[in-house]
Ligand binder design. Sequence first.
Ligand SMILES: Cc1ncc(COP(=O)(O)O)c(C=O)c1O
Length: 388
Amino acid sequence: MSNFKDENIRFDLLRKYSANQWGRYPTDIIPLTAADPDFRAAEPIRKAIIDMAIDGVFSYGADGGNNDFRQACAVHVTKNKGIKCKPDEIHALNGVAQGMMLTCKTLLEPGDEAIIFDPVDFLFGKSIKAAGAKTVLSKIDWETLSFDLEGLKELVTPKTKMICVCNPHNPYGRVLNQSELRAMVDLANDHDLWIMSDEIWSDIVYDGRKHIPTATITDAIDRTITLYGFSKTYAMAGLQLGYAVIQNKDLMKRFKETSPGYLYPVNNVSQAAGRAALMEAGEWASNFIVHLEKIRDYVYERLSESPNVEVHKPEGTYVIFPKIHGMTSVEATDYLLEEAKVAVVPGHGEPFSYFGPGGEGHIRIVYSTSMSIIEEAMDRIVKALTKL
Ligand SMILES: Cc1ncc(COP(=O)(O)O)c(C=O)c1O
């Protein structure tokens, strides 16, 4: 547990290296924006990189990922996710974001439609749009955080080619249950749709919950591309690493054609670090989740007690998505930056919608940091919200 004590946050290093978060804001601001832990990566990950640097051989990697990396992923997925899989069913990625782009490029033609949930991380819409296709939104009810499973059928047209699952869900923190996944897979089977299942958050689940991979639902395997990553669990977002699990051989062939290794190679340093993460950083990750659960409880309690806020307790992820009364997302974000000196992400609005129209009125707070930083940030946020 010692890795997650307050004194283990190295502000000097964060300001130096975290260009997208701590390095980006003036020093009086607490940034809770990027879903990227403030803690340093586990020792075995750092050691793998040091060892490789000492060896000094930086050759080209193999197309689709090196054998030892894919082997480690296959063992991990089989053992920890319950998807029985072999190394040749793994394809290395430069992060899940790249996997989403490649999946859409592989499966969608211009003019096709793909169903996403609203709100959801902007990467879904962006990837679908990049393939020339259109996003069709299925709203998640804010009051109950339930998916409109009945309404999904009405969204399907002859142009619909794919449904996109984000589980656990960013930004609502929902962990999808068996019957929700069953309904999504049934829809895909009934209408011959592909499924892109982004499971980058699958390790971060609370209260003894178990993440269920979409591909383990009966009759889902052949139509599913599952994406796993390293950024959220292992504090190595800047190493740009992830992998796809594709068990349908023809689909894997098509995915490889879209992403030839010489165009999108994954660097060997990241693969060595990722292998070390999967093989040796399991205990670090488990302790991280124990720490996150305490922070989740604290943030939820503080926000629940605050005036002018509606909030749900996340079941997974380390993001929380409160609704702020009487303000748009952008107004609330600007207000908290100015008044509380805390940076958060707006749920929706100009110039950029992070989570789609369903995110309007909300802000997203990331809490993968130390207890003392969160206490200070929540004091400031609650004080500012009380003034409204
Ligand atoms: C749902 C989801 N998918 C993908 C990503 C990006 O993953 P990566 O860092 O592996 O590219 C994120 C990062 O926040 C995310 O929340």
